[in-house]
Design a protein around this ligand. Structure first.
Ligand code: F6R
Length: 241
């Protein structure tokens, strides 16, 4: 596990974008696993800038996103598909037919999860997976549990996640209670993993993830067992390390 300390959010975003850019340059037809949330927004801005400068080409890139709220349509402005379109895909030359997000409108959870696993398998797995870190240690929407999840699964969001995400909705009641998420096993099968962590409020959980025991009660702690993980964190997030 490599920990790359950034001075602030801008520096973190630049460093994370450097790693993704290197991956794209070395393998122009790679599959990127992508995340939503506030942590990667600056990284996406950096990637867009580099595309506009002519330094990056997304035309042969495939992407698979970590998760999607169950019940939200792609054009709902709180859906993760909408987030990806507005924060990255609409601004670069990626072929949207090669961008995948779990189908939030599929009511049959088993079908939605099976189909998403098939998509990930058909694209040949993930070359580089970008992750944010939840306050309770979740990655994707894999919440603290008794065991690590395997493939894509339908989860009930915890109170702390609903609380953290309500800032994006009109009221807490509007936050969907369930989501489809890529499983921990699938994340662990990615060849490389890049985690972006920002802010003082993430310092305690980052310490547990890096220095604590590997336990499904802190889902991201499993990353200690992956052979190629880089955590890019700003100085506030690193303050307890
Ligand atoms: C988003 C995701 C989540 C977030 C996590 C951190 O696709 O899977 O695990 O990465 O909740 O969110 P932020 O970055 O908003 O603190």
């Amino acid at each position: 596990m490599v920990i790359c300390k950034a001075s602030d959010y801008k520096d973190l975003s630049r460093k994370a974008a450097n790693i993704i850019a290197a991956q794209m340059i070395l393998k122009p037809d790679c599959t990127l696993g992508l995340a939503t949330g506030s942590s990667p927004v600056g990284t996406y801005e950096q990637l867009i800038e580099r595309f506009k400068d002519g330094d990056l080409d997304f035309s042969r890139i495939t992407s698979v996103n970590l998760d999607e709220y169950k019940g939200l349509a792609p054009d709902n402005d709180q859906s993760y598909r909408y987030f990806m379109n507005t924060n990255l895909f609409n601004h670069v030359n990626i072929d949207k037919a090669h961008t995948f997000v779990p189908d939030g409108l599929e009511p049959d959870a088993e079908k939605a999860c099976r189909e998403y696993d098939e998509i990930i398998e058909n694209v040949g797995g993930i070359d580089l997976q970008l992750l944010g870190l939840g306050h309770n240690g979740h990655i994707g929407f894999n919440e603290p549990a008794d065991s690590f999840s395997k493939g894509t699964n339908c989860v009930d969001l915890t109170e702390s996640t609903i609380e953290a995400n309500k800032r994006f909705f009109e009221s807490e009641a509007d936050v969907p209670r369930q989501a489809y998420t890529m499983g921990i096993r699938t994340i662990m099968l990615a060849k490389k993993i890049l985690v972006v962590v920002s802010g003082k409020d993430k310092a305690e959980i980052l310490k547990k993830v890096v220095c604590g025991p590997v336990t499904p009660e802190v889902p991201a702690s499993v990353l200690q067992l992956h052979p190629d993980v880089t955590i890019v964190a700003d100085s506030e997030a690193c303050s307890l390390l």
